[in-house]
Design a protein around this ligand. Structure first.
Ligand code: 8YV
Length: 312
């Protein structure tokens, strides 16, 4: 385990394997990445453990047969290189869905209703009391949410917006989806950006989605519209977003992820019209436990000679 995982996960793993838990909470450095491949039969890596092709090249004939990633996103692992090196890669879909959708709702509400701004006002001792035109935000009821990428997490967000908040749903995805709620598919991302009041990024990270939300897409958004990102930071061109927020070309943004995580640009921190969370998408003990148990189950199945439940 490349980070400490919940005790229940460690206990379950210990039933099946000799377990080493790396106590450091930071991503593995380049020596540790290579040692993991060289010295262990299986590894549970996670966000930030950067398995580039070079890492696999540097460990010919690795002892490690499987990377059972903790998390649904695996953009930190070059899966092509891992596969070429003879490794299986698995992830933890499903376990993260509802919690990540909840985090999206947190950001939608915080950004649209200016909750971060309000909290800062109170903490600074500058709140002078209620009045009818103070901190007016965007009311969600009847507005349209635009989902970028209508996968499991996108659908969970859309369902909450539709059923819980009376919002209309529009989306953009590579292929049309069969959905159990009404939603309009837009042909292009710019079409979606033009049509919605809140746009939520819910696509996987990786080369294909790098800077998918760029200056052009941001320029298509309405001046009152908010952007929320619970996916991966580099899906959004962060410099272009900062410019749009600084020039008030969009209403605001809510971010759980950053392009150069954990670096959060000072320009973002200086802005009132953006909500900044520290990648807490799935940060609840029961969710992290379920994710970890899924990783362990993938390892168990693999070494028992069974099909792994969650290959990527
Ligand atoms: C994780 C996530 O907590 O599952 C993912 O891909 O983004 C989060 O839910 C974290 O990134 C570890 O993968």
């Amino acid at each position: 385990m490349t980070r400490p995982l919940p005790q229940e996960v460690q206990d379950e793993a210990a039933k099946h394997f000799d377990v080493t838990v790396r106590e450091n909470t930071a991503p593995m450095n380049s020596d540790e990445l290579r040692a993991g491949l060289r010295d262990y039969d299986g590894v549970i890596p996670t966000l930030g453990d950067l398995y580039t092709p070079q890492v696999f090249d540097d460990v010919p004939d690795p002892r490690c047969r499987i990377l059972a990633n903790f998390g649904v996103g695996y953009n930190h692992i070059d899966v092509t290189a891992a596969t070429a090196a003879g490794l299986v890669v698995t992830n933890t879909p499903g376990a993260v869905t509802e919690a990540t959708a909840d985090t999206a709702m947190t950001l939608i509400l915080m950004s649209c209703r200016r909750a971060g701004e309000g909290e800062r006002l109170v903490r600074a001792g500058e709140w002078e009391g209620w009045h009818p035109t103070q901190l007016l935000g965007l009311h969600l009821g009847g507005r349209t949410v635009g989902i970028v990428g209508m996968g499991r997490i996108g659908q969970a967000i859309a369902r909450r917006c539709h059923s819980g908040f009376g919002m209309k749903v529009a989306y953009h995805s590579r292929s049309p989806k069969t959905l159990d709620f009404p939603a309009e598919r837009k042909e292009s991302l710019s079409d979606l950006a033009r049509a919605v009041d809140v746009m939520v990024v819910a696509v996987p990270g990786g080369d294909e989605t790098h800077h998918l939300v760029d200056a052009k897409v941001l320029a298509a958004m309405q001046p009152h519209a908010h952007l929320v990102n619970i996916a991966r930071g580099n899906v959004v061109d962060e410099a272009a977003l900062i410019a749009a927020l600084e020039q008030r070309r969009i209403g605001g943004a809510g971010l759980d992820v950053y392009e150069f995580e954990p670096k959060v640009p000072q320009a973002l921190k200086a802005l009132e019209n953006v909500v900044l969370l520290p990648h807490i998408g799935t940060a609840a003990l029961e969710v992290r436990t379920e994710m970890g148990l899924m990783s362990v189950e993938n390892l168990r199945a693999f070494f028992a000679g069974e099909a792994v439940p969650n290959p990527v």
